[in-house]
Design a protein around this ligand. Structure first.
Ligand SMILES: [Zn+2]
Ligand SMILES: [Zn+2]
Length: 167
């Protein structure tokens, strides 16, 4: 089965189609359960993601709220827009990013991969804000595809992968 999201066709791992899988935060106090494949998966280079995760970019996947559940004590941080960022109350680890206006939840692959779920990123978002050049052949958007509300404008593939001095 495949789904179309962001104009990108996704090929999914058959084993992951009907399974309920999960993961946990850094300390294990918060557990996340996901059902079926995500609506879409990608990398995000935006300033908000980079500073919240303290990483050069983040890998994400998005599920309908009905396909995900979060158990354990969490802290929800709202700084901008429709992003309710959920972290573990004990270790502070990033768990999810809830999007109430569209009833979707972003989950980070580094949380669920240990359980065997693997939904590789299909494209790069907010590549214009990047701290790293990436040469991986995936589409790179200035902001987001048009069906996510963005311009759909692409950035040329980088010649190599590596740290950028200026952002
Ligand atoms: Zn934790
Ligand atoms: Zn982002």
């Amino acid at each position: 089965m495949s789904t179309v999201a962001g104009g990108i066709k996704m090929d999914q791992n058959d084993r992951s189609q009907s399974m309920t899988q999960g993961g946990a935060c850094y300390c294990g106090a918060v557990e996340v359960t996901i059902s079926g494949p995500p609506a879409t998966s990608g990398y995000c280079h935006c300033h908000s993601c980079r500073t919240w995760h303290a990483t050069p970019m983040t890998a994400f996947s998005i599920w309908a709220d009905t396909a995900i559940s979060i158990q354990g004590e969490t802290i929800v941080t709202e700084v901008s827009g429709d992003s309710h960022r959920v972290s573990c109350k004990k270790c502070g680890g990033a768990v999810a990013n809830k999007k109430p206006k569209i009833a979707m939840t972003v989950v980070y692959p580094m949380i669920y991969r240990q359980s065997g779920a693997d939904f590789p990123p299909q494209y790069h978002l907010f590549y214009s804000e990047r701290t790293m050049d990436i040469s991986d052949g995936l589409p790179k958007f200035v902001n987001t595809p048009t069906d996510f509300g963005g311009s759909g404008e692409r950035v040329d593939e980088s010649k190599s992968t590596g740290w950028r001095m200026q952002v």
